[in-house]
Design a protein around this ligand. Structure first.
Ligand code: ZN
Length: 237
């Protein structure tokens, strides 16, 4: 574990529950942590607006975390909305497609996110990329799978002659365990911060604060987050 302290990490940070938990995870183990976020023409850019406050509050958690948290990089990837026609980038109903994937799946998005992050990490001298991809409890997005990430790590390192590590701390845990991980990393204060300040809702609903956070309560992302929080409270992992 000690050698981790020598590493510098770039965290894919969207302002959602998963990436905020990943950021706390990275701050607890790497000597330098930077963040990257993408504006890709999301239907609701609200998750981008919560990022600066989250970064400020998470850095205030401890002097150690404050010392480790470095620059935030916000990049324009509007190219994605020019390429894709999905429920994440256009005002169309969320539904299942003929290929068995929901139309919230944006083909190539996570691959492109990692590729761009790797390019920035190269320039910044960071050797670890951290992302909230997860195979458990999820919509089955193929670019969130462990095999996709491992293959991408190999491709990136071959293509850039680097030794980048792609870390996905949430890969094998469910949403209840993600809440539990936040508690282990930063106690109930971090759970509360994630509950009230992160954004997950696909529909961009922010008004109501439920037990599990803000959101419409009915879209797939809200449903998953709410169920995970209930199970976390009930100790059902
Ligand atoms: Zn929602």
């Amino acid at each position: 574990m000690n050698n981790c302290k020598q590493d510098g990490a770039l965290v894919l940070f969207s302002g959602g529950q998963d990436s905020t938990t990943c950021l706390a995870w990275a701050l607890s183990r790497y000597r330098r942590v930077e963040t990257i976020g993408y504006d890709y023409g999301q239907r609701h850019a609200i998750e981008l607006t919560v990022r600066p406050t989250l970064l400020e509050k998470i850095s205030a958690f401890s002097p150690e975390w404050q010392g480790r948290l470095g620059e935030d990089h916000m990049l324009d990837l509007s190219l994605i909305s020019q390429l894709s026609h999905t429920a994440m980038t256009e005002d169309i109903a969320i539904e299942m497609q003929d290929n068995g994937l929901p139309n919230t799946f944006v083909p190539g998005r996570n691959l492109m996110f990692m590729l761009v992050a790797a390019t920035l990490a190269y320039r910044r001298g960071l050797n670890v990329l951290v992302g909230g991809m997860c195979e458990t409890d999820y919509s089955g997005y193929p670019d969130c799978r462990d095999d996709s990430m491992k293959a991408l790590q190999v491709a990136l390192n071959l293509g850039m002659a680097t030794r980048l590590k792609l870390e996905t701390p949430l890969m094998w845990i469910n949403k209840a365990q993600t809440w539990q991980m936040a508690e282990h990393l930063g106690g109930s204060a971090l759970v509360d911060l994630i509950r009230t300040d992160t954004h997950t809702c696909y529909l961009g609903e922010r008004g109501l604060l439920h037990d599990w956070g803000h959101g419409c309560g009915t879209c797939p992302a809200c449903a998953l987050r709410a169920r995970g929080y209930e199970q976390y409270l009930a100790g059902e992992f």
